[in-house]
Design a protein around this ligand. Sequence first.
Ligand code: IPM
Ligand code: MG
Length: 361
Amino acid sequence: MNLKVLILPGDGIGAEVTREAVRVLQTVARKFNHDLTLTEGLLGGVAIHKTGTPLPEETSKLALEADATLMGAVGLPEFDNAPPAQRPERGLLGIRKILGVFANLRPVRTYAALIDSSPLKNALVEGTDMIIVRELTGGIYYGTPRGISGEGDEERAVNTMAYTRAEIVRVTRMAFNLARARRRKVTSVDKSNVLENSQLWRRVVCEVAPEFPDVQLDHLLVDNAAMQLVLNPRRFDVLLTENMFGDILSDEGAVLAGSIGMLPSASIGDRKPSGAWVGLYEPVHGSAPDIAGQNKANPLGAIGSAAALLEYSFGLKREADAVSAAMEKVLNSGNVTADLRPKGTPATTEQVGQAVCAAIE
Ligand code: IPM
Ligand code: MG
């Protein structure tokens, strides 16, 4: 198979972790006889430096041409005070929108070898296995009107949380379909006791649910969901929620997996005529500028994202499973980065990537 993949390393540790994910893709391509065609593009702070904009047109074009896009992370402290439209993050929001990847899948599971890495009690996190389905191209991150206006005491900031029925329906169907291949339970998270937006969300989710009579549905308010995630994480199978709630809850979920460095994500949209999903794959973690360039970052979130790319955009389940098995082998060996609090000397980013490749071979 010919795999045309766009790489967007982005900022901070993005370059280091994607380098290892690319190494893994190359190993898989060699071992399973695929042709891998890689292109590279600019996104985020690095794009602002080189072109003046976080999402250059060239990058959008490359992403639309590629079969799948693998991304590192975006964001740099030097842009902390820049207006939202001139920040690296805007590039990421832009490319998600251009690709139409409306469902962000963030699997959270505990690995036996990492059970001590979670700050939570072992008995509590053990056996956690959920997938957070975060709506990704709507809601308050995109809604208009938005902006800051006025002066002095009258200075005022506005953001808008908006969803259409169609946007809720498609991501809900995605969540229910995923649940069918799992424990058949969807928990929809909203704030319907306060927000009209959430009232529509809940109503539409309830309307879609009967299409999937074999899947159980329940609802949680987002504040309670935040608590249940750390009180009783095993209660969750598929957690379906809107953009901002999903952003927040998935960082919380990362604690259950031992480290946010472990979490992969797949952002998918509609199917292409070939049957493959349009997809953008990125670790959940940020650009971690404090440790950038030090060969310390955990590449497993990025490598897990590469596995998701193989599975969803190319239907290469066997290859994806080989990557997951290799990751597990490396975790069991204890040869892991500092964030996972290994007993001995922490491994470097590169060593972890190489170990995963060796395990695939
Ligand atoms: C994430 C990140 C991004 C988001 C930022 C960098 C814009 O936090 O993918 O979770 O909010 O979606
Ligand atoms: Mg986030």
